[in-house]
Design a protein around this ligand. Structure first.
Ligand code: PAF
Length: 509
């Protein structure tokens, strides 16, 4: 097979024009190792794309000239490794090619302050600005469909994701977990610079992180000071060691579920980083949205794919309504209602496939709650303040262990404000009216006036968003999906993709 090595943007453009394939892009600074090999392997999974790897030691991301000059350069070995791992082409541009003297084309970017002025950013002034600038520049040149990055540099990954979202750059990001050598240390281009004794220190550091993770899995606590002391006793020079929220890198607080114990140590003249991810409970996905957005179907399918519980909040209101009727409770009287609620327990039990039973106080009501009688009263019962407060509490109880996908109107904003992923699933009024019209016609109700349906949906949206109790709310950090142009399966696929890319691979179940 011919080895395609490109040195200029012109050559790259010619390849793209002659090839007509999408590009899966693996940007690197060379000195390739197992981590890069895995990135290429991952990139190769998109069979229809061309895998292009770049090798460019980006001067902008070195705040220390000595670090830049001593950065390992092993170009011939790199070329062999990249092609052997399956790269289709390698782009090795010069500094002038990436940053031409007529600087007009270059957009010098600033990394997100919140994500970059902490951890590694404290001692590496300007480093992440340099990373953002070069990645943006490389994306402009390569025009990839997907870019592949390692989770070893988690802070860098978060910063690049933020930069891509903020600048509305149309490229997907896929990441792979940290690759480790048999002695547990993470592969890094800088490992080549380590003397034997330094490598031993890195090994001890990584081992300490993993030991802490084991303890955390049992106790759910971290004792940073104790770990620092242990490292000091082993003569390990720690630049920083922090326990942070894995997504915003702020110091972890007790309500945060996915966190990262992360640190940098100095070995000789080399600075090395490592981390472990920690999780107190399984993740929660919240899917909110207006009526007719398809959220019930989507939520059920996402839960099935992930083998999570589908937290069907509607079924909880129905189960409670069924029990209120069965027990002949006068729910207009808040004293009677409160004493009744104090004795209620609702559970979901999965049976086969995607089916799950709804149990209220040991009564399996899965089918009983789908009757017309329940449908006709559930709406008025669910607008009772005591009922809503009680069920939000119950929903949180079910959510304590995580591993759920919940749908509703205020799940992300109110019920689970710390859900790992929040989706706001919606569709235009026209599309929802079209879906409703098809549904009604399929049920044999012909002659539906489209404009009237649209007006009804518009009114329902307004009422849902403006009612006092549990209004429809899009959480600040929710990702909006407008489902007009997608099939149900495409929406499910999109949510799964976002979820799987967000949760660190180390924590995938
Ligand atoms: O992680 C790296 O190798 C570099 O920071 C990157 C992303 C290739 C940008 O120069």
């Amino acid at each position: 097979m011919t080895r395609i090595i490109l040195k200029t943007i012109k050559e790259l453009n010619e390849l793209r024009l002659s090839n007509q394939k999408g590009i899966s892009f693996v940007p690197t600074m060379g000195n390739l190792h197992r981590g890069h090999k895995e990135l290429i392997r991952e990139a190769k999974k998109l069979k229809e794309n061309l895998v292009l790897l770049s090798i460019f030691i980006n001067p902008l991301q070195f705040n220390d000239k000595k670090d830049l000059s001593s950065y390992p350069r092993t170009i011939n070995k790199d070329i062999d490794l990249a092609f052997a791992a399956g790269a289709d082409a390698i782009f090795i541009p010069s500094v002038d090619e990436i940053y031409p003297k007529n600087q007009k084309k270059i957009n010098y970017l600033k990394a997100s302050e919140n994500l970059s002025k902490t951890l590694c950013g404290i001692s590496r002034e300007g480093h992440f600005d340099g990373v953002c600038t070069v990645v943006n520049r490389l994306i402009n040149i390569v025009k990839p469909e997907v870019i592949f990055l390692g989770e070893k540099d988690w802070q860098q990954l978060l910063i690049i994701k933020e930069m891509i979202a903020k600048n509305n750059i149309k490229v997907a990001i896929k990441s792979i977990d940290t690759q480790r050598d048999i002695d547990g240390i993470p592969y890094s281009s800088r490992n080549n610079l380590l003397l034997k004794n330094d490598r031993e220190k890195l090994k001890l550091f990584s081992a300490e992180l993993f030991r802490t993770k084991q303890i955390f899995n049992q106790t759910k606590t971290i004792e940073l000071k104790k770990i620092m002391k242990k490292l000091k006793d082993k003569d390990i020079k720690v630049e920083y060691l922090e326990h942070v929220n894995a997504f915003n890198l702020k110091r972890s607080t007790s309500e945060i579920n996915i966190t990262m114990l992360t640190g940098a140590i100095i070995c000789g003249s080399t600075r090395l980083i490592d981390h472990v991810f920690l999780m107190k409970r399984d993740p929660i996905i919240a899917i909110d949205g207006p009526a007719g957005s398809g959220k019930s179907t989507v939520t059920k399918l996402v839960a099935k794919k992930l083998k999570f519980i589908f937290l069907d909040t509607g079924a909880m209101y129905r189960a409670l309504s069924w029990y209120l009727i069965k027990e002949k409770i006068n729910y207009g009287n808040s004293e009677d209602l409160n004493s009744f609620l104090s004795d209620i327990s609702i559970q979901f039990k999965s049976v086969s496939g995607s089916k799950q039973n709804v149990i209220i106080n040991n009564h399996n009501v899965t089918d009983k709650i789908r009757t017309q009688e329940i449908s006709s009263i559930v709406s008025s019962i669910s607008s009772i303040k005591e009922v809503r407060e009680f069920l939000v509490k119950e929903q949180r109880k079910i959510g304590e262990a995580g591993g759920i996908v919940a749908e509703g109107r205020d799940i992300g904003s109110k019920v689970f404000p710390h859900a790992e992923l929040k989706i706001f699933l919606t569709a235009t009024i026209e599309e929802r009216a079209r879906r409703r019209k098809n549904e009604l016609e399929a049920m044999g109700q012909g002659n539906i006036d489209f404009e009237q349906l649209k007006n009804e949906i518009e009114k329902r949206d307004f009422d849902d968003s403006n009612r006092k109790i549990s209004p429809l709310t899009k959480a600040e950090d929710a990702i909006e999906i407008i489902s007009d142009d997608y099939t149900i399966n495409q929406v499910v696929g999109k949510i799964l993709e976002i979820y799987l890319e967000k949760i660190p691979k180390e924590l995938h179940l």
